[in-house]
Design a protein around this ligand. Sequence first.
Ligand code: UDP
Length: 238
Amino acid sequence: MDEPKYKRVLLKISGEALAGEKHFGLDFQVLGQVADVIKECVNMGVQIGVVIGGGNFWRGVKNGEGHIERTRADHMGMLATAMNCMALADVLEQKGVDVRLQTALEIREVAEPYIRARAVRHLEKGRVVLFGCGVGCPFFSTDTAAVLRAAEINADVILLAKNIDGVYDCDPAKNADAVKFDAITYDEVLKRHLAVMDSTATSLSMDNHIPVLVFALKDPYNIVRVLRGEKIGTIVKE
Ligand code: UDP
């Protein structure tokens, strides 16, 4: 088999993607497909860290506004990401994949605390590492957590699996003439306020020179295609 294009990747899956058509909670068909693909990537010899969002359960600002103080609402969001990680960990283990869950907020009975050196050691041993609770701080997003963890583990690329198949010049749901980019610079994303990631995450990836590949999770096999070097989605880079 051809050498995979990337040796160590950080996969970011939004919480919403895990909810599938239900748009809330977990769709176990989606989880099963994602786990199958992750297993295939591991078998290709790729080291995989995963950051999962929490939007399928709770988004701090959106769900808490006017009801729950922002910091507490964000802590709830971080716990939602941990639940998603636990679900994916279990489905992966059922498929015989070695997994470790590390969380940025300590929940010792449930997961290891995040320790960079341990995470890297797990990856080197071929274990999938799931990073829960974002960066562990309110006012941040799991996109920023994905970039931060990618920088810390020296990932070759961030695979940003979304509900949309790349970066467009405007919202394709609202504009039939929307044009998809094959490649775009971080600068351009920031200047045009394109909704790829939030600006904190985009600046962090720019400052640390980490390419971000945006593609659709609708067909989870896209992850394998990307690792085989097929041109899919949009690459955000310098
Ligand atoms: N969150 C946070 N700090 C982080 C990551 C997440 O406070 O480092 C909270 C925040 O409230 C956010 C929620 O967790 O709305 C879920 O994360 P996110 O919105 O990034 O999930 P996604 O949109 O990817 O499903």
